[in-house]
Design a protein around this ligand. Sequence first.
Ligand SMILES: Nc1ncnc2c1ncn2[C@@H]1O[C@H](COP(=O)(O)OP(=O)(O)O)[C@@H](O)[C@H]1O
Ligand SMILES: Nc1ncnc2c1ncn2[C@@H]1O[C@H](COP(=O)(O)OP(=O)(O)O)[C@@H](O)[C@H]1O
Ligand SMILES: [Zn+2]
Lengths: 244, 244
Amino acid sequence: LSLFPKIRENLSQIPVKIAVMSGKGGVGKTTVCAWLALSLKKLGFKVAVFDADFTGPNIAYAIKEKVVSLKAKAVGTEDNYTIIPPEVDGIKVVSSSMILDEGKALIWRGPLKFKLFQELLAFSDLRDVDILLIDLPPGTGDESLNLAQMIPDAKVIIVYQPATLAVEDVKRSMDFAKTLNLEILAIVENFSYAVCPKCGEKFDIFDGAKLKVEPDLKLPILKEKAFEELFDFVQKKVIPRLKK
Amino acid sequence: LSLFPKIRENLSQIPVKIAVMSGKGGVGKTTVCAWLALSLKKLGFKVAVFDADFTGPNIAYAIKEKVVSLKAKAVGTEDNYTIIPPEVDGIKVVSSSMILDEGKALIWRGPLKFKLFQELLAFSDLRDVDILLIDLPPGTGDESLNLAQMIPDAKVIIVYQPATLAVEDVKRSMDFAKTLNLEILAIVENFSYAVCPKCGEKFDIFDGAKLKVEPDLKLPILKEKAFEELFDFVQKKVIPRLKK
Ligand SMILES: Nc1ncnc2c1ncn2[C@@H]1O[C@H](COP(=O)(O)OP(=O)(O)O)[C@@H](O)[C@H]1O
Ligand SMILES: Nc1ncnc2c1ncn2[C@@H]1O[C@H](COP(=O)(O)OP(=O)(O)O)[C@@H](O)[C@H]1O
Ligand SMILES: [Zn+2]
C-alpha cells in the first residue's frame, strides 16, 4: 500500500520546497538549513522543516540551542490520523525523533526509517505552510535518492566546505540534482575562512581553498556573522529567484 | 558460502588491528587514520590500511595528495585468487575503489558493497603486515556494525570535533565499541583550535568547546602541526599501549 499518492497530495499544498544537500557530512548542511528556515520566517513566511538527516541530531537544536519540548501530537483514528508537528521558534519541525519516545531511536534503522519518513510526509499537518525545507542526509547515496524521489518538485541548495576534493563533492551533488531534474537554487561555501578574534585577520583553514567552485555565497567560521550574511543572501538573492 | 572463516584466517596473521571511528562525518577521521598509518610506518612498522569508508574518497589521497596509480592486481585462478594491494608511500591500501575501473563505482552500493568488503578482507595479500588500520564509515549505523563484526579483535581510536553535541557523539562511539567488546585505544579531538597566521593567537572555532570530553590528544587546525603532534602521540603513547 504505497503512501506516495498521499505524500504527493499532502505536499502539493505547499508552494515552495527547498532541499538542502551536501556531498559529505560535517560541512554545516543542517546548520545552513536551520538558518534558511529562521531567515525565511523572519521575512514573514510560514516555514516547516523536514528533518530527513538521520545521521545527525534533530535539526531543532540547530534552530534553537535550548529546545524545551520536541513532542509531536497525533490526532484522529488509527487508520485516519494527522501528526501535528511541534514548533521551534515558530518553525514547524517534522522529525522522526519527535514521534518516538526516548530510547526507541534504534527501531527505525534500515528500511523501517523510510517507512517512517513516508508516514511523516503523508500525515503531518502542513496546511498553511509557505515553504518546506528538507534537510537531506549527507552524500548522494540511496537514502538521499529515495528521499529526493518523494519531493520531485523541490529546488536544491548545495552546501560544501573548501576542503580537498570539494570540487568533486559539489560536482556529485550537482549531477545528482540534474539527474532528478531538480533546479539548483544556490551553492553555498561554508567554513570559507576563519576570523582572528584578536587581530581580525581573515584566513583559510582548509587547503582545498584553491580548488573552490564559484559559489553563490561564502560563509565565515563565525556563527553570528555567518547567520547575518545568510539572512542577507536569502532576502536579496533567494526570495527574488523563488518569486520568478 | 560465508567468507567469514577466510577473513578470520587472513586477518589472524596480523598482530595489531586498529579501527578509526567517528560519531559523524567531517571530523577528520579519514585524515587521522591516514596520519596514524604514516606515523606507524615512519616508526618502522609494516602498515596496511583498509578503506571501509564508502562515504568519502579513497584514503590514499589523505596519505599522499598526488597519487599516481591506485590499481590493485589480482593473481591466481578465479576460484583461488589473491588481491595484491597497491602501495602508497610504503603503505598497502585495501580499497574497493582500486578494484573497480573508473565509472564502475556505483555497482557496489547497498548489500553488494559488503560482499566486496568481505572479498577484499578475505583475499588481499596481507602477509608481513604488522598493523592494519581500518577507516570505518562515520557513525554507529548498520554499516559500521557489519564491518566491526569482521574484525572482532580490533582496538578503537575515536575522532571527534569539539562542536555542539560532540559529547553525545563520543558517548555513542564509546557505547558502540563497548557493546562489541573492542578496546578503546585513544580519543582524539580534532579541529581543537585555529592558529592565526598573523598574530599567532590560538582560538576555538566551535562553540561546543565547553562540552568537550577529556580526550587523549587535541589537534589544531593546521595540518603540518597536527601531523607532528599525532606522530609524537603515536610514538610516546600509542606504541607503549600496544606493546602491553
Ligand atoms: N559558519 C559556521 N561557523 C561556525 N560553526 C559552524 C558554521 N556552520 C556550521 N557550524 C558548526 O559546525 C558543526 C557541523 O555542522 P552541521 O550543520 O552539523 O554539519 P552537517 O549537517 O553537514 O553534518 C556544528 O557544530 C555547527 O554548529
Ligand atoms: N587537523 C586538521 N587541520 C586542517 N585540516 C584538517 C585537519 N583534519 C582534517 N582536515 C581536513 O578536513 C577535511 C575533512 O577531513 P576528513 O578526514 O575527510 O573527515 P571525515 O573522514 O571525518 O569525513 C579534509 O579536507 C581534511 O584534509
Ligand atoms: Zn590574529
